[in-house]
Design a protein around this ligand. Structure first.
Ligand code: SAM
Length: 289
């Protein structure tokens, strides 16, 4: 590590992750959070909110492809999609690759994240701002789902961790409000942290999903930025069949969608639901509670 400027990831007690910083591109305190964007020799551009890494240009494709294509292709006929959070707009970019989506609503609390991401993350989000199907709402996602009359096929919660403005997006009340907004057979996916380091985050979400949804589960992806092994992506739906869509069907849907991906494949989709034992144990404990 050079002795130059570094940014510390502050999320994990007992572990220190330092990012070497070549250049600070933007730094500000918005109404909601501290925001810094800098460049790192390995990850490219790195966005941190309140000292926690949110997205990097180097590995954003893994998280965004797995959070969007898995629920959309499992559903098979998603037309109305809702993203909560997702201020860097990488999730919207992946979701909008599906021509079948008629409207993509994104509810982000902090317009500062969207406006500076538009300026600095054009490498992956430029298409979003030219797409008529993109409907951006600046509001608290919890308030939006509690009040809206609209109904969605897929809801993706691309949130910060359960602290600050993101904490409300991990509550049972929020998951219940999302359930009310889902069309029959709809599915909710959530970012649920790295179970090796954030066991309780996954456990609590599975407990809360189980009180509301017929099928509460998780799938995994390995994302270098989210240090500590697999990241868990929460999965909640009343349609248990969505988790069991065959490889053949996924291949047909993937081909029909004409997607060009770098991490997602139908095989990876199926395999992502095969949970390593210690993660499966957390999911099973959450379901029993
Ligand atoms: N991929 C990231 C991760 O795994 O940590 C998440 C990235 S994304 C930039 C998270 C977004 O959630 C931020 O832009 C933040 O402003 C937004 N956010 C936090 N709390 C929110 C809330 N209550 N309603 C809507 N958006 C929220």
């Amino acid at each position: 590590m050079s002795q130059g400027l570094v940014f510390n990831e502050t999320l994990y007690p007992g572990v220190e992750v330092k990012y070497e910083c070549d250049n600070i591109l933007f730094q500000d305190r918005s109404e909601h959070q501290d925001l810094v964007l800098f460049t790192n020799p390995v990850f490219g551009k790195v966005l941190m909110l309140d000292g926690v890494t949110q997205v990097t240009t180097g590995d954003e494709f893994i998280y965004h492809e797995m959070m969007s294509h898995v629920p959309i292709l499992a559903h098979g006929d998603a037309r109305e999609v809702l993203i909560i959070g997702g201020g860097d707009c990488g999730m919207a970019e992946e979701a909008l690759k599906h021509a079948s989506i008629e409207r993509l609503t994104q509810v982000e609390i902090d317009d500062a994240v969207v406006s500076f991401s538009k300026e600095h993350f054009g490498d992956f989000n430029a298409a979003v701002f030219e797409d008529d199907r993109f409907d951006l709402v600046i509001d608290d996602g919890a308030r939006f789902v509690a009040e809206t009359d609209r109904r969605f096929d897929v809801v993706m919660v691309d949130s910060t961790d359960p602290m600050g403005p993101g904490a409300v997006l991990f509550t049972e009340e929020f998951y219940r409000a999302v359930h009310r907004c889902l069309k029959p057979g709809g599915v909710l996916v959530t970012q649920n942290g790295v179970p090796f380091l954030q066991r309780d985050e996954l456990l609590d979400s599975i407990r809360r999903f189980s009180a509301i949804y017929a099928d509460a589960s998780a799938y995994v992806a390995a994302i270098p930025t989210y240090f500590g092994g697999h990241m868990a992506l929460g999965w909640a739906t009343d349609n248990a069949e969505l988790r069991k869509v065959s490889l053949e069907t996924l291949e047909q849907r993937f081909e029909a969608a004409g997607l060009d991906t770098r991490y997602y494949t139908p095989e990876v989709h199926r395999a992502a639901f095969a949970l390593p034992r210690f993660i499966r144990d957390i999911v099973e404990e959450g379901r029993k509670a």
